[in-house]
Design a protein around this ligand. Structure first.
Ligand SMILES: Cc1ncc(COP(=O)(O)O)c(C=O)c1O
Length: 364
């Protein structure tokens, strides 16, 4: 049976990217590798919409999350973490493990953070050194207004704005520099159309000053050392060479399509998915849904996990269920990266068949 990967990540990988990564490995301390990194570096700045360098870690996204904790802060620093789902929880746990004083701003799953709550918390809590938030909280499919957050934090010279754009960069129009986003991270296995294992991080000049003061322990994840090496088109340790070569090809594909067209395509795919599930009589979970994934309530009486299982077994579509307290209650459809309207239309048809097989009847 033909398989379709329509998960919230990893996402589908184009053939040209796979073929590039299948080439014999090259050595990284060579002019050949440096030329690839130099090109990728420039293209990433364009995609991240920043003049600052975008460094690469050979790690999954959670590594970049950890790196953003250890590189900009010191033990006891006070930070606010927007906890609106699994990934907000992860950042909060990482910050706590490294000894930061964490103020959790809890947002009900499915909702976006209210900028006024952040404002109030900043007024109440003195000396906040950083605010962490996802752009798209992948566990709920919510999109947070990081533009408003960035504009707010611009007025706070002692506070950094750190955002997790793992399911947002290359999907939505995120203006890193214009919006004052100091640290933006992303990962390879989503809109960058690659396997997992490579993460990216843009670092503002404001964040660089924080990095110079930071005393938390760090060894592999050392942003200042990485930036120093990146200036020479090199990495501190052995990079994920094949993934970087693959990235060079996937970035070319993004450039060929045009960044605005990439955003536009994602918006259309997301709209089509939302309208499709609503036409089936289903309800969206996210109040302000992202363009990368769509979280949907399972219909009354049907376990969301059963929908996920049946879609795969009978129709070959990998979609993903809910986590923690929404397990069985929601399921999540991915439509980011190497994804076209025909992927979405087929996925919606497979969902319709699945619901029918499971005895669902649309209420009028
Ligand atoms: C928003 C977000 N943050 C962080 C992560 C963690 O990335 P990884 O699974 O690559 O560690 C993910 C992965 O799904 C994610 O979607």
């Amino acid at each position: 049976m033909k398989k379709y990967l329509m998960a919230p990540g990893p996402s589908q990988i184009p053939e040209q990217v796979l073929l590039e990564m299948a080439k014999p490995i090259i050595h990284h301390r060579t002019k050949e590798f440096e030329a690839v990194l130099e090109k990728v570096k420039k293209q990433l700045q364009f995609v991240f919409q920043t003049k600052n360098d975008v460094l690469l870690h050979a790690s999954v996204g959670s590594g970049a999350m950890e790196s953003s904790v250890v590189n900009f802060f010191s033990k006891g620093d006070k930070v606010i973490v927007v906890r609106s789902g699994k990934f907000g929880e992860r950042w909060s746990e990482q910050a706590k493990i490294y000894g930061l004083e964490v103020i959790n701003l809890d947002v009900e799953w499915g909702n976006s953070v209210d900028i006024n709550d952040v404002k109030k918390l900043l007024e109440k809590e003195k000396n906040v050194k950083g605010i962490f938030t996802q752009i798209c909280e992948t566990s709920t499919g919510v999109h947070h207004d990081v533009k408003a957050l960035g504009e707010l934090i611009k007025k706070h010279p002692q506070t950094l704005m750190l955002v997790d754009g793992i399911t947002a960069i290359g999907v939505s129009n995120i203006k890193t520099d214009d919006w004052g986003l100091d640290v933006v991270i992303s990962g390879s296995q989503k809109a960058f159309m690659l396997p997992p294992g490579l993460s990216m991080m843009s670092v503002s000049t404001k964040a660089l000053k924080f990095a110079e003061q930071s005393t938390l322990p760090k060894y592999y994840f050392n942003v200042l050392k990485e930036l120093e090496m990146l200036a020479k088109n090199q990495t501190h340790f052995t990079p994920a060479i094949s993934l970087i070569q693959g990235l060079s090809v996937s970035l070319d594909m993004i450039f060929e399509e045009g960044l605005e067209n990439v955003f536009d395509r994602h918006e259309k795919l997301a709209q089509a998915t939302r309208e499709g599930v609503k036409a089936l009589g289903l309800k969206l979970f996210a109040q302000n849904p992202s363009n990368s994934i769509t979280a949907v309530y399972a219909p009354q009486g049907i376990d969301g996990e059963k929908i996920v299982e049946h879609m795969f077994k009978k129709y070959g579509f990998t979609i993903i269920g809910g986590q923690d307290h929404v397990k069985g209650k929601i399921f999540r459809l991915g439509h980011m990266g190497y994804c076209s309207i025909f992927d979405v239309v087929s996925m919606l048809k497979a969902l319709e068949f699945t619901l029918k097989d499971l005895g669902y009847k649309k209420e009028n």
